[in-house]
Design a binder for this molecule. Structure first.
Ligand code: ASP
Length: 433
């Protein structure tokens, strides 16, 4: 067990967690036992990861940006990063739309199933609709206004303000670049060491990862709704999963074409982050591990990974945008609506923006889906149709969100000449000959 690679240990933890969950639901009082005595360890594990997010962004982004030594390099990299993020998101939405229009999963939902689902889940979806209504009330430039905090301590006190912390860290890094070297050096050295401490803390947290995911998945199983509903929504879920799988293939191919890194090296390097994304359903909670893996196992220099990944975790959600496109059209199909090409193109735009606006936490994609539905004139009540399978799909789409960020960081690093040899070699030969 000791010499097993981390992703195997995490995978074993996940499998045992699922098995334990299924076992415990068969005993009376088993569910409560898991919720009272096992789930808290999962929560502690996620909290420990989230605890690291703000200090990690501050430490790594400040030292990463200040190492660039030149502001024009920063703006060039920023432009490139945002462009590639946008392109991959549009590709994801398009794949989602093509699949859902080809498979028509909504047509297999009978009127009876639809009425049943809407009546059993409409109450559960109210909270998502309220949250979306709150977001909609704000003006068009609100996202920009929200990016600039008026108090850095306030901004750092909530993980949902990640973009504000990123803004501050980049701003601070730019200040450091502009200072003469002798004045900047003590501050740079401080943040360099600060960052090293945080990375060590991540190593320590990862020791607990197999146990953390065990607890998370056991709790998820005992809390999940009955299997009959999954069957009714099977085609819809399969369409989403197929699209997500295609995205992973596309990423692997992009990495291979542009950097020459072999698929097995890329996938093994990033797999612990993928498994954590799956278990936690949160790209924000996974960010510390994504950053560590991309830097140490995939060879992306820290100047790039510390810049591209935190931004990606907040704005780049290809899995979420693909899911939103499939879900919106699925709901329309289930309600017997025919969406014109114009409306579907509108979905490409709104799902892209909605995924950028989605927070990197569980269920966030569903909140923003409300806005996509409203724009396309699809009944919001349809949210109840997909509610039962949302959590497993959230787990899968978060894997894609995280893999997409890692891919883009490799592409940017390659184009900037900052893709080196991985510090930790999982394989003897990493690149194509
Ligand atoms: N859970 C997703 C993430 O953190 C967001 C979502 O699609 O709900 O990336």
């Amino acid at each position: 067990m000791k010499n097993l690679a981390l992703h195997w240990k995490i995978l074993i933890g996940m499998v045992l967690g699922v098995a334990f969950g299924f076992l415990m639901v068969n005993f009376s009082g088993g569910k409560e036992l898991v919720l009272d005595w096992v789930k808290p360890f999962g929560t502690i594990f996620i909290n420990a990861l989230k605890l690291i997010a703000v200090p990690l962004i501050l430490g790594s982004l400040i030292s990463g940006v200040s190492d660039l030594k030149d502001i024009s390099k920063l703006s060039k990299m920023g432009g490139k990063t945002v462009m590639i993020y946008l392109v991959t998101t549009v590709v994801a939405v398009t794949i989602g739309l093509v699949l859902v229009n080809s498979f028509q999963p909504g047509s297999s939902i009978s009127d009876k199933t639809r009425t049943e689902l809407v009546s059993s889940y409409s109450e559960s979806t109210q909270k998502y609709k309220d949250e979306a209504a709150n977001q909609k009330r704000q003006g068009p430039l609100n996202a920009l206004v929200e990016m600039v905090p008026d108090n850095i301590i306030g901004a750092s006190s909530e993980n949902k303000n990640m973009l504000q912390v990123i803004f501050f860290a980049i701003f601070f890094g730019v200040g450091l670049i502009l200072l003469p070297e002798d004045k900047a050096k003590p501050v740079k050295d401080f943040f360099y060491s600060f960052n090293e401490v945080i990375l060590k803390m991540i190593d320590l947290i990862m020791l607990a990862a197999p146990y953390g995911v065990f607890a998370l998945l056991a709790a998820l199983i005992v809390e999940s709704p009955s299997a009959d509903l999954f069957a009714a929504l099977g085609w819809y879920a399969l369409t989403v999963v197929l699209g997500l799988f295609m995205m992973i293939m596309i990423y692997t191919l992009l990495v291979y074409i542009f950097s020459g890194m072999k698929p097995k090296v890329f996938l093994q390097g990033i797999s612990p982050a993928q498994l954590l994304a799956f278990s936690t359903s949160s790209s924000a909670a996974t960010l510390p591990v994504t950053m560590e893996r991309v830097h140490e196992h995939l060879g992306v220099e820290e100047e790039v990974s510390s810049f591209v990944l935190p931004i990606g975790a907040t704005i780049n959600m290809d899995g979420t945008s693909l899911y939103q496109a499939v879900a919106a059209v699925f709901i329309a199909q289930a309600f017997g609506m025919d969406l014109s090409l114009g409306v579907q193109l509108g979905i490409v735009a709104t799902a892209t923006l909605a995924s950028i606006g989605s927070a990197a936490v569980p269920g966030a994609g569903m909140v923003m889906l409300v806005i996509v539905l409203a724009q396309a004139g699809i009944p919001e009540a349809g949210l109840a149709l997909i509610f039962a399978v949302d959590r497993p799909l959230d787990m899968c789409r978060t894997v894609v969100n995280v893999t997409g960020d890692a891919t883009v960081s490799m592409l940017v690093a390659k184009s900037e000449g900052r893709l080196g040899k991985p510090m930790v070699q999982d394989w003897d030969d990493n690149y194509k000959k």
